[in-house]
Design a protein around this ligand. Structure first.
Ligand SMILES: Cc1cc2nc3c(=O)[nH]c(=O)nc-3n(C[C@H](O)[C@H](O)[C@H](O)COP(=O)(O)OP(=O)(O)OC[C@H]3O[C@@H](n4cnc5c(N)ncnc54)[C@H](O)[C@@H]3O)c2cc1C
Length: 472
């Protein structure tokens, strides 16, 4: 049985573990603010807030209920627009109505959820941050200007005086009538349902099907029996980022958004927040994990490409023995990785970049940033200011696997940074790849893109050493 709080009611249900929260809410609870749009986690019309107790407060994430199995709500607080209303429009809804941000209304509840989460979690209220918070919401009739104006109005009218994600922030939002006051009781209510919670075993065996964030696998779970499925979201020991022996260790269940906001990662990669804001959408980034990204081994996997350039290793375990292998050797063939069925990826680890290391990440999409890229690339360059000491460069979308460009990297060693060297490196990179034509572009287009991304790395990192006009 699953027990959780839905808005201000305790729910107990025996529905199957893989019932999507969207279907449960609409069909069983008659909660109709959640809309069935894409059913692939792409459009945001089914967004809900899911809150998890962290002892004192409750930490909320905006999640796509269409790819969220009921299992993931166990012991948590599920909040929909029905649970946000204080019998009249709250300031978010009012701002949307005033600014003409509502037309057919299908996407509106999802947008209210995203903006609520923004006010709960953002350190400060700024239009550009609000825009990122809304990146998981598609609107096909109103147009985005009214929505952006509503977000801007909220940023003008409210200024937080408390830490994000804290009980003080929740209290402040209830005082502003953005959240209803019953939310103050939720931490206590979550404690009260704890004794009722039944946890499934999470032992991995040969037949186990592992689900971490479920953004790739969540959609296939209808074929699985309950016993086979192991959900990793409760494995808190596999989550988090820490530095140990001069290496950064990232637990496999760490979410992409957590990596994006991590103080450690921001110290070593000051532009990581900007790079990762372009990966998927905010609700997907809150669920998608680093472990899922590398095991899924999509040739275009953004985190695969990012971490390939950092000399990353993968730590696997079957419960008895551990194996550590370089990430560049982990990808064997299209969607095939060096992992046994009874092995779990526990974490990844990479050496901390020194003061002479420069890093850049680029991705090009067909439509907009939130799209899956056509080609992506990352580079880490170590230099003594005169010559290149070491280069690690990776590329996605140009081979059956996320690719480590070993020959291109080796070519750079001992060279000065100038146009001729970069051009030659571009030629070598093209000899290492084997792109295919598909919906993200022709093979020729992808070759051109990779060459341009290699140029872009150097234009971004060493503009003073390059004559951009003649290079391009
Ligand atoms: C709308 C949308 C947009 C997306 N956009 C992007 C994008 O821009 N860039 C991008 O790179 N990806 C994107 N993705 C793909 C996906 O979100 C990521 O690859 C994500 O990181 C997968 O992580 P997960 O935890 O959800 O994986 P899951 O779905 O849980 O698992 C994926 C696979 O990995 C296995 N697995 C997971 N964790 C482990 C572990 N620790 N040990 C062993 N096996 C494990 C699972 O069994 C499964 O086979 C998008 C997905 C969606 C739905």
């Amino acid at each position: 049985m699953y027990v959780f709080i839905l808005n201000n009611r305790v729910i107990r249900t025996d529905m199957p573990f893989d019932t999507t929260m969207l279907d449960f809410l609409r069909s069983r609870q008659h909660i109709t603010s959640v809309k069935a749009g894409c059913r692939t986690g792409s459009c945001g019309s089914c967004l809900i807030l899911v809150g998890e107790s962290d002892g004192e407060s409750v930490c909320y994430r905006p999640l796509n209920s269409c790819i969220l199995p009921l299992e993931e709500a166990n012991g948590k607080h599920v909040l929909t627009v029905e649970g946000l209303n204080n019998n009249r429009l709250n300031p978010i809804q009012q701002a949307m109505a005033e600014q003409g941000a509502v037309q057919c209304g299908y996407c509106t509840p999802g947008i209210v959820i995203s903006l609520t989460c923004f006010l709960l979690r953002s350190p400060f209220f700024d239009e550009s941050l609000a825009e990122i918070a809304l990146d998981g919401n598609l609107c096909r009739c109103t147009g985005y200007h009214g929505i952006k104006r509503a977000a801007a109005l909220l940023c003008q009218n409210f200024s937080p005086s408390s830490e994000p994600d804290s009980m003080e922030r929740i209290k402040w939002l209830t005082e502003k009538e953005i959240l209803p006051s019953y939310l103050l009781q939720i931490p206590r209510q979550l404690q009260e349902i704890q004794p009722e919670l039944q946890r499934r075993p999470n032992q991995i065996s040969q037949n186990s099907v592992i689900i971490a964030g479920g953004t790739v696998h969540g959609k296939k779970s209808e074929d699985l029996s309950s016993e086979q499925v192991v959900f990793l979201s409760e494995r808190k020991d596999l989550s988090g980022i820490r530095i140990e022996h001069n290496r950064c260790q990232i637990g496999a269940v760490t979410a992409v958004e957590e990596i994006r906001n991590s103080a450690v990662m921001n110290r070593f990669f000051p532009k990581i927040s900007e790079y990762y804001a372009k990966i998927a959408t905010t609700p997907i980034r809150y669920r998608a994990t680093i472990g899922g990204n590398i095991v899924n081994a999509s040739p275009i996997g953004d985190l695969c490409v990012f971490f390939l350039a950092l000399d990353t290793s993968v730590v696997l375990s079957n419960g008895q023995n551990q194996r550590i292998i370089p990430l560049k050797d982990f990808f064997k063939a299209y969607k095939k990785v060096d992992k046994q069925d009874n092995e779990l990826v526990e974490r990844i680890a990479f050496p901390l970049p020194g003061h002479n290391a420069f890093f850049n990440f680029e991705r090009i999409c067909k439509h907009n940033d939130a799209d899956i890229p056509s080609v992506n690339s990352a580079i880490q360059i170590k230099t003594d200011n005169r010559r290149i000491l070491d280069v690690r460069i990776s590329a996605g979308g140009v081979a059956p696997v996320p690719l480590y460009l070993a020959e291109t990297g080796n070519y750079f060693i001992g060279k000065e940074i100038n146009n001729a060297v970069i051009r030659k490196a571009g030629e070598i990179a093209l000899s290492e790849i084997s792109p295919v034509s598909d919906i993200r572009g022709s093979a020729d287009y992808k070759r051109l893109l990779l060459r341009q991304l290699i140029y872009a790395h150097f234009v971004t990192l060493f503009p003073e050493s390059i004559d951009t006009e003649t290079l391009l």
